[in-house]
Design a protein around this ligand. Structure first.
Ligand SMILES: Nc1ncnc2c1ncn2[C@@H]1O[C@H](COP(=O)(O)OP(=O)(O)OP(=O)(O)O)[C@@H](O)[C@H]1O
Ligand SMILES: [Mg+2]
Length: 444
């Protein structure tokens, strides 16, 4: 069943239950309340009447006048003499009075509801003064009259409930629709993501948590699209990178097999083939390393590394290349710097950046290591030509390289390692004129 119908049914049922409970409570109370109210009214009317009668018709001579006044009142009443346990007068027929006498104990004032046949009567009794006269006026109202009031009250209550229920059902429908519509729209957008129609994705109008979910979905879709694009570029670049040396090898191998090269050319061809095979091996090893860095989390064995020690190791390993290029490598490390990372991997990452620097520098490469608020910052900069603005945003992507680049994997490996060590790497322009790589790592 659709969510909107489920919610509407749930709301309406809840309202029905609440209304049924309210109805039951009112129903069970209303008759008692009506009876009490009727008794109060009878008492007031009776007291008024008794007062007038007491004043004006107190002498026995006026007794007939007294009765005729009572007869004129359009009330159902009895005059009861307690001392004689006798009904002296009644505005109702003697059959009815007899019925009351037979079914009830008229002398008992605590019997406030009297029976007569199938009918019940509400009674109220008022004493004439002086009390010793024992004269009581008993006023009666049939409970059926009250039931009529009760019925008409319920009819109105029913109407109010019906209107309330309809209004509530409409409101429930409106609000659930408002709630569910963005969800259905979001579902459609998710279907588009499933079908990879990223350009078709539209923003939906929503508020609150649904809006937050929608935002997360868009971010997820963007991330997925970026990931898929980068995967595609990765495969294109990788196949291109692998194809070039393979074609060179194939060319030479076929030439040698067909005997079209002389001895010198064959010798050179074999040399090129060995170099290209080694290059292929290098590329494949780097690709395997990248894949492992991405998937095998347990290849990282973080330990505490001393900042000064790791920079010295970098300088040692870079020395041959530095000498070959005839440049200088400066390094400065603040005291007591500790880094928490896998030492071999971090060394590899930093060497990739430093080797790039040495390769592109004119005269110098500088490494600085500092620490502020528990974050270690390593900057590696050179005075070479720097990284062009077009290349900079993608320089950490796989197989992305400049004109003078090699494989284009070094910086993506460096980034993977640094991110696994919970750090970040960014590129900027150096004041020395070349590129500046900034690596931040938490101390842990
Ligand atoms: N210090 C630098 N100065 C100028 N350009 C740089 C510098 N470092 C990197 N680059 C540019 O960024 C590109 C990508 O570098 P990356 O290290 O990823 O690949 P690579 O050096 O070409 O090959 P390898 O995979 O062998 O490292 C390089 O090809 C180069 O154009
Ligand atoms: Mg490199």
């Amino acid at each position: 069943m659709k969510l909107q119908s489920q919610l509407s049914i749930a709301f309406t049922s809840l309202l029905l239950v609440i209304m049924a409970v309210v109805w039951y409570v009112i129903y069970s109370l209303i008759l008692n309340l009506l009876i009490q109210d009727e008794q109060r009214q009878l008492e007031q009317t009776g007291e008024l009447l008794v007062d007038i009668l007491n004043e004006q018709y107190s002498s026995p001579q006026n007794i007939q006048q007294f009765y005729s006044v009572l007869q004129d009142q359009d009330l159902q009443l009895l005059l009861y003499d307690r001392n004689q346990d006798r009904v002296l007068f009644s505005s109702m027929s003697s059959r009815v009075v007899q019925g009351f006498n037979d079914n009830n104990d008229i002398s008992n004032p605590s019997e406030t509801i009297w029976d007569f046949g199938n009918e019940k009567y509400v009674t109220s009794r008022i004493l004439f003064l002086p009390e010793t006269s024992g004269l009581e006026m008993i006023l009666l109202t049939p409970v059926d009259d009250l039931r009529e009031v009760q019925q008409s009250f319920f009819f109105r209550l029913f109407l109010v409930f019906l209107i309330g229920l309809t209004a509530a059902a409409l409101l429930a429908h409106y609000f659930t629709k408002r709630l569910v519509t963005p969800l259905s729209q979001l579902k459609r957008q998710l279907k588009k993501i499933e079908k990879r129609q990223f350009d078709d994705i539209k923003h939906i109008e929503a508020t609150g948590e649904i809006k937050e979910v929608a935002e997360s979905v868009y971010e997820m879709a963007n991330e997925l699209q970026r990931y898929m694009n980068s995967q595609q570029t990765f495969f294109q670049n990788a196949s291109h990178e692998l194809k070039t040396p393979l074609m060179t090898i194939q060319g030479y191998a076929e030439g040698i097999k067909d005997g079209i090269f002389d001895e010198k050319e064959t010798e050179r061809g074999l040399q090129v083939m060995v170099t290209e095979v080694n290059r292929l091996k290098g590329i494949i090893n780097e690709m395997i390393l990248l894949a492992k860095l991405d998937t095998e989390l347990n290849i990282y064995e973080p330990t505490k590394i001393d900042g000064r020690e790791i920079v010295e190791k970098i300088a040692d390993r870079a020395l041959p290349l530095v000498n070959e290029k005839g440049i200088t490598l400066h390094h400065k490390v603040e005291n007591n710097i500790q880094i928490f990372a896998d030492e071999e991997k971090l060394l590899r990452a930093l060497l990739n950046v430093v080797f790039n620097g040495i390769r592109h520098a004119n005269t110098q490469v500088a490494i600085y290591v500092s620490n502020k608020n528990g974050i270690t910052t390593i900057t590696i900069e050179d005075d070479g030509a720097g990284i062009s603005e077009e290349l900079a945003p993608n320089v950490f992507h796989r197989f992305v390289k400049g004109k003078d680049g090699e494989t284009g994997l070094g910086l993506s490996i460096a980034r993977a390692i640094i991110e696994h060590s919970h750090g970040k790497i960014a590129v900027d322009k150096s004041e020395l004129g070349g590129a500046k790589f900034i690596i931040t790592l938490p101390e842990k």
